[in-house]
Design a protein around this ligand. Sequence first.
Ligand code: GDP
Ligand code: IMO
Ligand code: MG
Length: 419
Amino acid sequence: MKVDVILGLQWGDEGKGKVVDVLTPNYEIVARFQGGPNAGHTLEFEGQKYVLKSIPSGIFQEGKMNIIGNGVVIDPALFKQEVEKLEETGHILTNRLCISKKAHLILPTHRLLDAASETAMGEEKIGTTGRGIGPTYTDKISRHGLRVGDLFHNFEEKYQKAVDRHKNILNKYSIQYDLEALEKEWFAGVEKMKQYEVIDSEYYINKHISNGGSVLAEGAQGSLLDIDFGSYPFVTSSNTICAGACTGLGIAPQQIGDVYGIFKAYCTRVGSGPFPTELFDNDGQKLRDNGNEYGSVTGRPRRCGWIDLVALRYTIMLNGVNNLVMMKSDVLDSFDTIKVCVSYTVDGVETEDLPYDISENIIPNYIEIPGWKTDMTAMRSENEFPEEFNNYITFLEEELGVPISIVSVGPDRAQTIIR
Ligand code: GDP
Ligand code: IMO
Ligand code: MG
């Protein structure tokens, strides 16, 4: 069998965690392929809410193996907190979670470097999650990184060498820090991590698919935050697109099967950077209130705007999406009309292509669609959908050229309609 991929088509927080959880029963393995604890994937079922950061979202379905792949960066201190929180609620992960030897470690000094760099940038800061993601991937690419596999051979020495390097950089910033306290937590996290199997995940996954097994690859962030194709430099530091599943798990491109592209029925973004369809009016506030648009990692209010088909066509193309998943449709339930950006006007010229720089001179061109003015949150079948909502779906499918195969009408696992 092939590896199916679930990923975000916008600026993250599309609802990936929820959809992974819903689709997990169809697979034996769920694997995260990039990003780290900058992710916050929310799942709700049976009246409980969970936010996962490093652990794959397949963990709540029984009998599945969850893998943290080589493309992921992992902070042992945060990993420990996450595991313990799950244990408190009765979710024991032993024998259901493996970690790639080749995943890179986020050191306490990476987090300090992230904070120092953001502070030094002032107004121009990226607005990162502060989890040390950029500095860790920087070390990976510059070949200074430490990997999970290093924990088992001469680690103290390698750790000290890396930290000394980081201290030299930190000295250039005038910041105060208590490294000792951070290290205590971090090394306790390392001990916790060692309780899980550390594996050659590329062999594990490839052998599984060769034997006819199925795998679901879970993306983090969103395609518009991709290091190559996102709104650079206001992006994250990994390849969030489908190709990232190949490098982040060690699977060949021809092993990719279905690609589920997830998007909100509108659009949001956290942190700095351009957002052509952003709203600063009552409609924007209404989206934020109805959608509870506050970050699941940092609690920051998310910026809200209308759906942008120029951006979606671009990310569908980059990922080879063959199934669309529309989330948070219910957030639009009370709108009289819904606006859809179908093209941009850039320097007086209309275009359906995403320009190199989306920070300036873009006028989004909208089509207005009548709202459905119906509470959809209790609906469980597409037969119950109001006519106007069906029209919205049909319009998007025609514009995007890909079927919307799943529709979400609320945060709960049960509020998911497969078409
Ligand atoms: P992820 O990072 O892509 O997994 O998404 P997040 O968990 O960061 O953000 C999605 C938020 O929307 C979470 O709070 C979810 O509980 C919530 N959510 C997911 N689907 C729906 C939906 O269809 N309707 C509503 N109202 N909320 C949803
Ligand atoms: P999930 O997986 C939304 C954003 C940050 C910032 C930029 C860089 O929950 O969808 P970083 O800490 O990665 O260096 O920050 O990327 N960002 C996210 N925004 N959802 C996420 O993850 C994000 N992960 C990073 O806000 O703008
Ligand atoms: Mg999130």
